[in-house]
Design a binder for this molecule. Structure first.
Ligand code: ATP
Length: 580
């Protein structure tokens, strides 16, 4: 085996080495010394070391004088910035020369700085460093890796010992990254983030390099944090897809609602009403049971119940409707649950199935549920729990599978307080609920409903009556206590009673003369009342007047009329109105 000789070792040592005789004359110089020393062409054998490196030369003489080695001396001269170690060379106890080894101070500082910042023996630091889920690199300002954590080890598939000491460019060349950010961090002394693509693994990596500055503001090292965001990007894409899908479903649902509303001749132009009917459609498609529909009388609770039935999978099965308020209390229970032969005097010989049984596989709609007597409430609750009914006087349970929809225009919570309605039944029914707003809160529906009812009445009575759109607009000032049913009745009455083609006069008579009186009064007072604006102002005043009757602060009024508070204040002033 060939071994290096002394000369080769001397030549390749990374430290600069100069040999001198006792007079300080250079006897040996290696290549590293020539690289480190500025005016290296003068550093030749035979020259006095004092001429080329005066400060180092002085030290050499001191060492000769004291015959003692000097270690790690910092030499600062005009052109000398070195860390120097000198020893004497003795022969037969006589000093015959010196050997001086040195490194460039900058090089030394960079190593020292790194050691300053991080004590690699510090277990605590390494533990914290290693538990990070993100990859962490400590890189010297020269681009050489000082330390990596376990996450980097794992992502590179290399051991720490194989990585530490390597230049970061090595990993770019090997395809782990497509660039490095260390140089930029060192150059700018600022945090730098880059989205990298690992050429080998095709992973998307977000790298952030943060400079660590020393006391002099120089970059001592760079901490690089790397996060594999490929999964994150994939999740984001999946999420986008789900959102798109959801939008598609939303659109499809909206179309389906429109279609079903048309099919069932249900008007729901008003935004709130449309969303209520959308929920009703959802209930229908999910075959949901135990639904409570609330709303004032005539708002369309029965229609909503039928809508749920006909949009669901039970549409071909019976829809049984019972008005709990219309049947005498004494027979209501028997009607609902049926009775067996001989259950009571007057009972049919054969017994009779109840409405729940008749609604098997279909829907049972209990209107005015607040009127259900206590015994019926208890039995209904039991049915909702086990879907079994026992006829009055009977001994066997019968399994019945029907959907229960209940409706009321009463305040059930108040009835509970008054001990007229069971709280457990209320909570059972209230989990799925729909509240239909009164017609006066759905002006958009008024036009459609009027046209629909007029069309139907014309069909029924073989007429071709019409209504002036201004009259429909005017109807918006009316509060419709009987809601849609009242509107339907008014239109029917208009068609039957009207002597002219237009049903306007009958309609006006029905909804009261308030508005017409206003118009008449205004036109008497001001003969210029001709424009649409003038008439609209009369309507506006009337609408606000009606609203004042219900709301007594400008804030509430503004909210109800969906205008700003300053606007309502201005309008109140304009019409000489005030809140109560
Ligand atoms: N949105 C609507 N579109 C078309 N017709 C409607 C609408 N709402 C209600 N109607 C009609 O108005 C009338 C009254 O509706 P419905 O009987 O459903 O009201 P209700 O709230 O159940 O009344 P009550 O409280 O008196 O039981 C019915 O003829 C119904 O068809």
């Amino acid at each position: 085996m060939q071994l290096p000789d002394t000369e080769q070792i001397f030549k390749h040592c990374v430290h600069g080495i100069i040999g001198t005789d006792v007079d300080g004359k250079v006897t040996h110089v290696n290549d590293s010394a020539r690289n480190i020393v500025k005016k290296s062409d003068r550093l030749v054998e035979g020259v006095s070391v004092l001429e080329v490196l005066p400060e180092t030369g002085k030290l050499i003489f001191k060492v000769i004088e004291k015959r003692k080695p000097y270690f790690g001396y910092q030499v600062e001269g005009k052109e000398e910035h070195l860390i120097v170690s000198i020893n004497v060379i003795q022969k037969d106890e006589k000093v015959i020369g010196t050997v001086c080894s040195f490194v460039d101070m900058k090089e030394f500082e960079s190593v020292a700085r790194n050691l300053d910042f991080i004590d690699l023996d510090d277990r605590k630091f390494e533990t914290v460093f290693d538990v990070s889920f993100d990859g962490l690199w400590l890189i010297g300002s020269d681009g050489k890796v000082i330390l990596i954590n376990n996450a980097v080890e794992k992502s590179l598939g290399m051991k720490k010992s194989e990585v530490i000491g390597q230049h970061v460019q090595t990993f770019v060349k090997r395809g782990f990254y497509n660039m490095t950010l260390t140089e930029e961090v060192v150059r700018t002394r600022k945090k730098v983030s880059q989205l990298q693509t690992a050429l080998m693994t095709k992973k998307q990596i977000l790298c952030t390099g943060i400079p660590v500055l020393d006391k002099n503001g120089e970059v001592a090292m760079v901490v690089v944090n790397e996060r594999d965001i490929s999964r994150l990007i994939a999740i984001q894409q999946e999420l986008d897809e789900v959102t798109r899908e959801k939008e598609r479903y939303k659109d499809e649902l909206a179309l389906l609602v429109m279609h079903e509303l048309q099919e069932n001749e249900v008007v729901a132009e008003n935004h709130k009403m449309r969303s209520i009917m959308q929920t009703a459609l959802k209930f229908a498609k999910m075959d949901a049971s135990d639904i409570l529909i609330q709303g004032e009388s005539g708002t369309g609770k029965g229609l909503a119940a039928k809508f749920i039935h006909s949009c669901g999978k039970r549409s071909a099965k019976p829809f049984i409707q019972i008005n709990c308020a219309a049947i005498p209390e004494a027979i209501l229970e028997a009607e609902l649950f049926g009775y067996d032969k001989g259950a009571f005097t007057g009972a049919k010989e054969s017994g009779k199935p109840g409405l729940i049984e008749l609604a098997d596989e279909g829907t049972l709609f209990l209107d005015e549920i607040g009127e259900l007597p206590p015994a019926g409430q208890a039995k209904l609750l039991k049915y909702l729990d086990d879907h079994q009914v026992m006829r009055i006087g009977g001994t066997t349970q019968r399994k019945v599978d029907c959907i229960i929809i209940a409706a009321t225009n009463q305040d059930l919570e108040k009835l509970i307080e008054e001990k007229k309605f069971r709280a457990d039944l209320y909570y059972r029914l209230n989990s799925l609920q729909l509240t239909i707003p009164p017609l006066r809160e759905r002006p958009e529906d008024l036009f459609e409903l009027t046209n629909q009812f007029l069309g139907k009445a014309n069909e029924k009575f073989g007429t071709n009556n019409k209504i002036n759109p201004m009259i429909i607009a005017m109807m918006q000032t009316y509060s419709f206590p009987g809601n849609v049913r009242e509107l339907k009745n008014i239109i029917n009455k208009g068609v039957v009673m009207s002597e002219s083609e237009f049903i306007d006069r009958v309609v006006i008579e029905c909804i009261g003369k308030d508005v017409m009186e206003e118009v008449a009064k205004a036109s008497e007072q001001d003969s210029r009342i001709k424009s649409l604006d003038d008439i609209m102002a009369i309507f506006e005043k009337q609408i606000i007047k009606n609203a004042i009757a219900q709301y007594n602060s400008t804030r509430e009024l503004a909210k109800y009329l969906n205008i700003s508070q300053p606007t309502i204040v201005r309008k109140l002033k304009k019409y000489g109105l005030s809140t109560r």
